[in-house]
Design a protein. Structure first.
Length: 209
């Protein structure tokens, strides 16, 4: 079964509080989501492999470490996942970015694909899949199904807030994909919204209703 890593850093909890606040406007919301994504990125990239190279400092020659292993890919689930991309790229600017467009049918609550554009070497990359909310898990499962169908084999899923129901569903569907989350909330309501949650992340990011 995959690991669930819930982050308890004080800065993450602090910023998450203001993201949840209904009085936080779109500009500040976007900035906070990006900052949170960068903070979470430190933990998400903790297991990147290193290799040793030789460099010259102003004083001497030394052996130093650089990132090795698989190249990294960042894949936001549109549209809310876009808000997390810049924060991740600030840590790993050489990563390539793919996009998966999914929306949840309000009647069936099933995920519908409307866009997919990925790097050609997707199967050679360690992927970080981004979506601020993990509610029912349907969108995350569909996105990872799609990525595996295109040859991806090494993925992590990163979200700001998750419901226990979504975590369970994602773990059962993809037990090989670890989940990184800033906070695990109480439950889903009858409309499949996370409680206490933060509302609709896409609407709050882009000022839409």
């Amino acid at each position: 079964m995959s690991k669930v890593i819930e982050m308890n850093h004080p800065l993450i909890k602090h910023k998450l509080t203001f993201i949840r606040d209904i009085n936080t406007g779109s500009k500040e919301f976007r900035e906070l989501v990006s900052e949170l994504s960068m903070l979470m990125g430190y933990e998400v990239t903790r297991d990147l492999e290193l290799e040793e190279i030789e460099i010259d400092t102003p004083v001497t020659t030394m052996k130093a470490q650089v990132i090795a292993g698989k190249k990294v890919g960042i894949v936001p689930i549109l549209r809310a996942g876009l808000g997390m991309v810049d924060g991740m790229l600030s840590l790993i600017p050489a990563a390539k970015v793919g996009h998966i467009g999914l929306y949840r049918d309000p009647e069936t609550l099933k995920s519908v694909e409307y866009y997919c554009k990925l790097p050609q070497d997707i199967g050679e990359r360690s992927l970080i899949v981004l979506d601020p909310m993990l509610a029912t898990g349907v969108s995350a499962i569909s996105a990872i199904d799609l990525l595996k169908g295109r040859g991806a084999s090494h993925m992590k899923f990163v979200c700001l807030i998750a419901a226990p129901e979504g975590i369970k569903a994602l773990q059962e569907a993809h037990p090989d994909v670890d989940i990184y989350v800033a906070n695990i909330d109480e439950k889903l309501d009858e409309h499949a919204y996370i409680v206490p949650g933060l509302g609709d992340a896409g609407d709050r990011l882009f000022g839409t209703k």
